[in-house]
Design a protein around this ligand. Structure first.
Ligand SMILES: [Zn+2]
Ligand SMILES: [Zn+2]
Length: 98
């Protein structure tokens, strides 16, 4: 597993609650967004389709519990740390009813 000493995600600091972990990924509350976030335990973004599918699956499982069945979506945009694979689960915005 590759680690980058300057990477916040590699440090795996448990400053927020962790919801899930296995050898490949962990799901923790994001310190910036306060939302569930799945993180690869390796400093890279070149994942296989299978790895991406597994990450979506573990995040969706935890997000369902966290959002208590309210609608959410998986946001794969990596704004602050573009070189370490992670995804957020975010509440799906309500459709404006005008
Ligand atoms: Zn990293
Ligand atoms: Zn975040």
């Amino acid at each position: 597993m590759a680690k980058d000493a300057n990477c916040e995600l590699c440090s795996e600091e448990r400053i927020t609650p962790w919801l899930f972990e296995d050898d490949n990924f962990f799901v923790a509350m994001c310190a910036s967004c306060d939302l569930p976030m799945v993180v690869l335990r390796d400093h890279r973004v070149d994942l296989t389709d299978g790895e991406v599918a597994s990450m979506r699956e573990v995040l969706a499982t935890e997000a369902k519990k966290y959002f208590e069945e309210k609608p959410f979506f998986i946001d794969e945009l990596m704004r602050q740390i573009p070189d370490h694979k992670h995804m957020h689960a975010r509440r799906r915005p309500q459709v404006p009813n005008f």
